[in-house]
Design a protein around this ligand. Structure first.
Ligand SMILES: Cc1cc2nc3c(=O)[nH]c(=O)nc-3n(C[C@H](O)[C@H](O)[C@H](O)COP(=O)(O)O)c2cc1C
Length: 245
């Protein structure tokens, strides 16, 4: 009887020990699982933080790049700026006028285009008497004289288009303008001649300019005679718009 009780007791103890062991193992596994989950969560959090950092940094870089793109001109922008520099070169109205006809057109062109205006003047004054002047100019032309100009050191390199104004003297360009063409090299410039006369018109003078300045581009010339002088503003407007001004 005692033996039986002892055996049953041992069996019960074994069972309790088994169940207890099983419970401990299960609970340990759970703890590990929880720990693993906790680790995974931590890793996920860290990963997320890193991702966010990368995203932030990328965004920062993008912003920096955008800023760079704004601040640093691209080659095409540089080219544009360079082009703008050359486009920003000014126009010049340069003219000779003895009795004021060519002057009023020159001033009007300056007003309309914003070009600088320079009046050529001779050191030695011409005769004020008209008949005397006719003789004097004829003599000057025959002798091939070029009257000295008061204007010195005109910064011609500042300009790319030159409106060149002159009266016709004995069928030719007034001699002070020949002095100017002699003294300055207008290679690469665009020259737009505007001419006043009694009635002769251009008298072939654009070809004379081309002869003097073979490397300049001679644009369409405007001729204003005594019969069209009153209309000089509308004629000049038309001419300028044809030239693209
Ligand atoms: C010396 C001299 C020669 C001239 N020769 C001519 C000529 O050959 N043909 C012509 O139509 N007008 C001739 N003219 C008239 C001028 O070309 C004309 O009056 C011109 O508009 C004057 O311009 P200005 O007032 O700007 O000096 C001559 C005038 C002068 C003073």
């Amino acid at each position: 009887m005692n033996k039986k009780i002892i055996i049953v007791g041992i069996v019960i103890l074994l069972l309790v020990a088994l169940v207890g062991g099983a419970i401990i193992v299960i609970s340990q596994n759970k703890t590990e699982e929880n720990e693993n989950n906790a680790l995974t969560n931590t890793n996920n959090t860290e990963n997320n933080q890193m991702k966010n950092q990368v995203i932030n940094e990328t965004e920062e870089n993008n912003v920096k790049n955008e800023n760079l793109a704004i601040n640093v001109p691209t080659t095409s922008q540089e080219n544009e700026q360079n082009t703008n520099v050359s486009n920003s070169k000014k126009s010049l109205v340069i003219y000779y006028s003895r009795s004021g006809n060519t002057k009023q057109i020159a001033d009007y062109i300056g007003e309309k285009t914003g070009a600088d205006v320079i009046r050529l003047e001779t050191v030695k004054a011409y005769p004020s008497d008209y008949d005397e002047m006719l003789d004097y100019a004829q003599e000057e032309q025959r002798n091939g004289e070029k009257p000295e100009l008061k204007n010195k050191n005109i910064n011609i390199e500042d300009y790319d288009t030159i409106f060149l104004g002159y009266p016709i003297w004995w069928g030719d360009i007034a001699t002070p303008v020949y002095t100017f063409l002699d003294e300055y090299n207008l290679s690469g410039k665009k020259i737009a001649p505007f001419v006043t006369s009694g009635s002769s018109g251009l008298s072939g003078t654009p070809s004379d300019i081309k002869r003097e300045e073979p490397n300049a581009e001679i644009l369409d010339a405007m001729s204003i005679t005594s019969s069209t002088l009153n209309n000089y503003k509308s004629l000049t407007d038309n001419w300028l718009s044809k030239l693209g001004f």
